[in-house]
Design a protein around this ligand. Structure first.
Ligand SMILES: NC(=O)c1ccc[n+]([C@@H]2O[C@H](COP(=O)([O-])OP(=O)(O)OC[C@H]3O[C@@H](n4cnc5c(N)ncnc54)[C@H](OP(=O)(O)O)[C@@H]3O)[C@@H](O)[C@H]2O)c1
Length: 331
């Protein structure tokens, strides 16, 4: 089969012919139709990720068709259209992942290949209203957004919710999930075009985090937020503490802008804030996310699509941060 191989840090992604994986007990072989990129794939290529191992087939997101099924596996049939849960072996505690936990696409070979073998427990029917490219856009970023927004922040109807950096893959899905929950959703972005675009989805307003006093503008306009979903951390985090209402909660799932500095403890304790970290999600959350996508016929925003042979160009788009929405690779 053809696969996109990464052989080392800062190496280009090479398309090579490799043996098709052989399934073992309780596994299925999926013919990948579409895969999607996450920032994780790029961090790994740049060597900025724990547990590096080469050569590796990257890719956490994939949708395709069942090609082969181990005979022990029930309820999955050859020819079925499926989507893969990339969040493997979470374990029995819904609050935190187990020691065995891992994300598809390192250390296990991922979805940037013609075929992938996957334990059957991580395979779900593709929502019928989604194409393969659309279905491949959701798994990793959608699951992260679902846990952060629904499980951790417990966003409720009527609450004012701020989603930061709406250009990000996770942020867009957090926006979709908060909106279907009936929240009043606001965003931050470095781009007025992106803010304008999401207002057509039902977002009330947006603020440019590059503007030195965006937090004052946001406070003046909204009176503060009940919940904030953030993927940037860094310098702007103190501003999130400013714009969070007393008793509110901030959930962060990423650190694009780096270390959190200069947090004044009194701002957090006097306001009775709850600050939570969140990462990926468990099997139940993946299933609930798919249910929500099906119930509300949600569709992802796809920014760029590439053919599989052109996957290196997809990495370059992500590196330049040119995307708004997911970058998808099709076979
Ligand atoms: N913990 C997890 O399970 C998990 C899962 C997925 C991703 N992540 C992490 O979450 C982060 C986002 O990943 P992603 O794939 O969703 O996004 P992405 O496609 O990498 O997009 C990053 C976005 O971050 C926004 N941004 C940059 N600097 C910012 C700042 N100072 N304040 C607010 N927003 C800022 C930008 O939004 P604008 O374009 O609107 O300006 C940009 O489009 C990454 O650090 C990633 O590693 C964590």
């Amino acid at each position: 089969m053809k696969a996109a191989i990464l052989k080392g840090v800062h190496q280009p992604i090479m398309i090579e012919e490799v043996p098709t994986p052989e399934i073992k007990e309780d596994e299925v072989l999926i013919e990948i139709k579409s895969a999607a990129l996450n920032h994780r794939d790029l961090w790994i290529q740049k060597g900025q990720y724990a547990g590096l191992k080469f050569p590796i087939i990257l890719g956490s997101d994939g949708a395709g068709v069942i090609h082969q099924v181990d005979r022990q596996v029930k309820n999955i049939t050859i020819g079925q259209s499926v989507v893969i849960n990339p969040s493997w072996y979470w374990g029995s505690n819904p609050k935190v992942q187990s020691k065995e936990y891992r994300i598809l696409g390192l250390p296990d070979n991922g979805t940037f290949a013609q075929y992938i073998k996957v334990p059957a427990i991580f395979v779900y029917p593709k929502p019928e209203h989604l194409s393969f490219s659309e279905a491949a856009a959701y798994p990793l970023a959608g699951l992260t957004a679902y846990r952060a927004t629904i499980t951790r922040a417990e966003v409720q109807a009527g609450e004012k919710v701020l989603i930061t950096g709406i250009g990000g893959g996770v942020a867009f899905f957090a926006m979709q999930f908060a909106l279907v929950r009936g929240a009043e959703v606001y965003v931050t972005s470095s781009s007025s075009e992106k803010i304008e675009k999401v207002m057509s989805y039902g977002v009330k307003a947006g603020f440019n985090y590059k503007s030195p006093s965006w937090e004052k503008e946001a406070l003046g306009y909204t009176g503060g937020f009940d919940a904030i979903i953030d993927g940037a951390a860094g310098e702007t985090f103190t501003k999130l503490i400013e714009v969070c209402r007393p008793g509110g909660r901030i959930v962060f799932y990423g650190g694009t802008a780096g270390i959190i500095n200069n947090v004044l403890p009194a701002k957090v304790f006097w306001k009775q804030l709850t600050i939570m970290g969140s990462t990926m999600g468990n099997d139940t959350e993946f299933e609930s996310m798919l249910e929500m996508i099906k119930q509300y016929k949600l569709i992802p925003m796809i920014s760029h699509q590439f053919t599989f042979d052109n996957i290196q160009a997809a990495f370059e788009v992500m590196d330049k941060g040119e995307q708004f929405g997911k970058i998808v690779v099709n076979f």
